[in-house]
Write a protein that binds this ligand. Structure first.
Ligand SMILES: N[C@@H](CCC[C@H](N)C(=O)O)C(=O)O
Length: 281
């Protein structure tokens, strides 16, 4: 039976959303790679598979696959999309909970269509990032080219945030892959470069683990705000400006990080049976 999909995005960070709540679906790495390929498949920054919730209190489980076939524990932009999608299904509720392998994410859909997701607590211990060996996550001894001494934050997935004078000037395509695979990060890392441009406003660009340069990264925006606040560069609430648009991020006193921003649906479609059947492992 042909699989239907939705193409959604948050600030241009785009997703193929597959609904496996009633008809189970498990993709191999090769299937994920071909589906995410912008020439051979549909094309996206992440594949999102909706599954039945696993925990009490959750409305839906969201599985997150990168274009290289790897699985992630967090995707902030997709969490907003999924919350909006499920809220629109006639539950009559604007508050619901999205579950991931990293935990439960309560979400609120606002009257203007934007969505706030509680991305959970920022995890700051070196074991939680995780790092290869004990280190102060406020400033790691990690460097590549003009980038050095990142702040590490886990938002359900690992991030390394480098503060620079001009985020626009950094050659992310050159330094991103080296840093993603740096030996300090046993599970690799998402790499952010950030510049505080005004009080409460941070310009950020991202090299995503397993995906490369994307127009926006929700968990990366959360990590950037937490890193900036820890360094005393901002307060606990700021706008994070990415190539695809802006998210408002707040690091609550209880450690949870709230992310607010837009969602959009571009189109829906049907996968040709041959696409996944021909992909192999
Ligand atoms: N685009 C996402 C993050 C997706 C996962 C990431 N590439 C990883 O491997 O951790 C977001 O909006 O947070």
């Amino acid at each position: 039976m042909a699989r239907r999909f939705l193409k959604m995005h948050g600030l241009g960070n785009d997703f193929v959303v597959l609904d496996a709540r009633h008809t189970p679906l498990s993709l191999t790495g090769a299937q994920a790679r071909v589906l995410a390929d912008r020439r051979f498949g549909v094309g996206c920054d992440q594949i999102i598979i909706l599954e039945p919730p696993q925990s009490a209190g959750a409305d839906v489980f969201m599985r997150i696959l990168n274009p290289d076939g790897s699985e992630s524990g967090a995707c902030g932009n997709a969490a907003r999309c999924v919350a909006s999608l499920v809220a629109a299904e006639g539950t009559g509720r604007d508050r619901l909970t999205v579950e991931t392998i990293s935990g439960l994410l309560p979400a609120i859909r606002h009257a203007d269509g934007t969505v706030t997701v509680d991305m959970g607590p920022a995890r700051l211990d070196w074991r939680q990032i995780p790092l290869a060996e004990p280190a102060d996550t406020l400033s790691l001894e990690v460097a590549a080219g003009p980038l050095s001494a990142p702040c590490a934050v886990n938002m359900g997935n690992p991030h390394a945030v480098f503060f620079v004078d001009d985020a626009e000037a950094v050659d992310l395509a050159q330094w991103g892959p080296q840093l993603e695979h740096h030996t300090a990060f046993p599970e690799r890392a998402n790499i952010e470069v950030a510049t505080v441009v005004a009080p409460g406003r941070v310009r950020m660009r991202v090299w995503e683990r397993g995906a490369g340069i994307t127009l926006a990264c929700g968990s990366g925006a959360c990590a950037t705000l937490v890193a900036a606040a820890r360094r005393g560069l901002t307060g606990r609430k700021a706008e994070i400006v990415m190539d695809g648009g802006t998210l408002t991020i707040e690091w609550r006193e209880d450690g949870h990080v709230l992310m607010t921003g837009p969602v959009a649906t571009a189109f829906s479609g049907e996968l040709d049976d041959a696409l996944l059947a021909g992909a192999g492992r």
